[in-house]
Design a protein around this ligand. Structure first.
Ligand code: ATP
Length: 601
């Protein structure tokens, strides 16, 4: 295991240097953690006076039945969750913001982009975390070391695949996915590693190999704490220390793994011979199904009392200082905006390149819609004002749904990953948003195809410059639709919510397009809606460009009917761009607020 000492953090301060060889200590006392208890205004305490200590070189397992509070405790100790009463001390003092640069938390559920390979993942994280302090050659070398340490070399160039809703190709195995989730957190060789159920969903052989990797990390001089459910007896022996939580969130044991069986024997709880100690512990600290509640609570009381009186207990738990509550955020190292932009753009391009099905399907759908319009209005656009009106209106209505829906399906599914990246300091909202917009821009080839097919089939102005202008207006509108999609999806992390609320934005834009009603009859307090309708601006601009293909009397009639200024194309396009910029800013604002309120779990 490589434990290089030259990995510096963003501030370049000495304390940010990974100090392998120096022994660190981590001590915690979670006195209380309150959660809503169901009834309004009522709370229950799920972690009761949990004090513990660990140091470099120790691999500690936090064990307990489901729902006892393992994840919450791990989040509190790692300070990713700071809503508890108590204290956490690193090397004998309350940590500052640098706590987040020397520690990592690997979540139970790994969230990964299926279209990337482990090497690409590590490159993204490596460049974001280290580019400002290391050369590319050093970063590549570190990536190679991590791939080797986490036994990912043989699948380094295999696509992750799996659970990405848009990229469900078979890829890495469950164990390899877990290893990857640990690997990219290891790039900076953190001194403290917290892992929430790193073996969940894996068979015993896979779990053991993950635990062996954790032991290697601890042997390399790190503090490693992992919540585990019930490891095999072989895996159990890999942990140097255990913390057992009873089902009601109290400590039943905290000490060396080897002394656990002897400790409980002294309390007259004997582990049968040839029995997995983890199973024995888990039965002892769990609520036995069907058993009398009173008896179970008494056992938990007894276990907790015995522990509090034992030599195992820290003689003096940390006094509750709640200093962690003053920590501003959990953001880690920050690269430059340019690095973030470059990386996000690279990743967006990778997605496009790998997601060929989506790219091709998008082109086919756009072609079919263009063809349908072409067939319905075959060389008929100049024939009557009704045709031109119907054609252009159908065109913009079709695109507002196509453009925004395409984004809504995709954007929210990425958000959970982006939140975690922002919390680890390897991404930022602005560059992500900007790059994801430019990354999706090549998809404008779809609308371009649509408008080209429809334009030449329906008999619009055959002048090539007129065609280019028309296509340009349409693409400006399409970009505004993408921005609308991004804004709507930024309101929720769930694509279904996005799709449900989209009509609340699109329907008024259609209603207030200025085409389907007499403007003077609209109540004054609603008349502003006209000015935020993308349909209004795009339809007016497209119509102003093409109305001259109608016979003059019909053109005048139509212009009067829809209240059109024939010279307003340029102004309407300008409004479209202003609307796009406003939507982009709103999206940025919404995502920033949501990031601030999110937790990284
Ligand atoms: N924000 C919350 N609101 C209400 N209850 C909560 C909240 N957070 C945690 N809990 C409750 O606290 C308890 C502990 O949750 P936690 O996820 O920490 O348990 P766990 O031991 O990690 O469970 P598992 O092993 O099943 O993952 C659970 O009963 C859970 O329902």
């Amino acid at each position: 295991m490589n434990t290089e000492g030259n990995v510096r953090h963003a501030n370049g301060e000495e304390k940010g240097v990974v100090s392998v060889g120096i022994r660190h200590t981590l001590e915690w006392h979670v006195e209380a953690y309150m959660v809503p208890a169901g009834k309004k205004g009522e709370f229950r305490n799920i972690l009761q006076g949990i004090a513990g200590k660990t140091e470099s070189g120790q691999l500690t397992a936090i064990m307990g039945p489901s729902g006892c509070g393992k994840t919450t405790l791990l989040e509190c100790i790692s300070l990713r969750n700071r809503r508890f009463d108590g204290a956490v001390h690193f090397d004998g003092r309350a940590p500052g913001g640098d706590a987040f640069t020397v520690s990592v938390l690997v979540h139970q559920k790994e969230l990964l982009f299926g279209f990337m390979t482990p090497r690409e993942y590590l490159t993204f994280h490596g460049l974001a975390r280290m580019e400002h302090t290391h050369t590319r050659a050093q970063i590549d070398q570190r990536i190679q070391e991590v791939l080797s340490d986490m036994k990912l070399e043989k699948c380094a160039d295999t696509l992750v695949g799996g659970t990405d809703p848009f990229f469900q190709k078979k890829g890495l195995s469950g164990g390899e996915r877990k290893r990857l989730a640990i690997a990219y957190e290891m790039l900076l060789a953190p001194s403290m590693i917290f892992l929430d159920e790193p073996s969940s969903g894996l068979d015993s052989v896979m779990s053991e190999s993950i635990f062996q990797s954790l032991k290697d990390l601890a042997d390399g001089g790190r503090i490693v704490l992992a919540s585990v459910h019930c490891p095999s007896s072989e895996a159990c022996q890999l942990f140097s220390h255990l913390m057992l939580l009873t089902y009601d969130g109290r400590v039943a044991y905290h000490g060396p793994t080897l002394q656990g069986i002897g400790y409980f024997s002294a309390l007259k709880y004997f582990c049968p011979e040839h029995y997995n100690p983890a199973d024995f512990y888990l039965k002892l600290i769990s609520f036995t199904p069907g058993a009398e509640a009173e008896g179970e609570v008494q056992r938990m009381d007894l276990l907790n009392d015995a522990f509090q009186k034992s030599d195992m207990r820290l003689m003096k738990p940390l006094p509750t200082d709640n200093k962690h509550r003053g920590l501003a955020g959990v953001h880690g190292i920050k690269a430059s905006t340019f690095t973030f932009l470059k990386l996000n753009f690279w990743r967006a391009t990778l997605r496009l390149r790998r997601d060929k099905t989506f790219v091709v399907l998008w082109g086919i759908i756009s072609f079919i819609v263009g063809l349908l319009l072409g067939i319905i209005y075959l060389q008929q656009a100049p024939a009557s004002w009704r045709n031109l009106l119907g054609l252009l209106f159908s065109l913009v209505v079709a695109d507002i749904f196509m453009g925004s829906l395409g984004v809504i399906m995709r954007f929210p599914s990425e958000w959970a990953i982006i939140v975690r990246e922002c919390y680890s300091g390897v991404n930022a909202v602005g560059p992500y948003l900007f790059a994801s917009f430019w990354g999706i821009l090549p998809m404008a080839y779809g609308p371009f195809l649509l408008v080209t097919v429809m334009y030449w089939m329906t008999g619009m102005d055959p002048n090539f410059v007129a065609y280019l202008k028309f296509a340009g207006i349409y693409l400006s509108f399409d970009i505004a639709c993408l921005e609308l999609g991004q804004f709507v999806s930024s309101l929720s992390g769930n694509p279904m919510v996005g799709m449900t609320i989209l009509p609340a934005f699109v329907a008024p834009m259609i209603m207030f397009s200025g085409v389907l009603y007499q403007k003077s009859t609209v109540p004054v307090w609603l008349s502003w809606m006209h000015h935020v309708s993308l349909i209004n601006y795009s339809f007016s601009a497209l119509m102003a460009e093409q109305i001259h293909i109608l016979p003059e009397n019909q053109a005048n009639l139509l212009a009067a009917f829809i209240d059109l200024n024939k010279n307003s194309a340029g102004l309407n396009v300008l409004y479209l761009w202003i609307m796009s910029a406003a939507l982009l800013l709103l999206t940025y604002f919404t995502l920033t607020v949501r990031l601030r309120n999110a937790t990284a779990s």
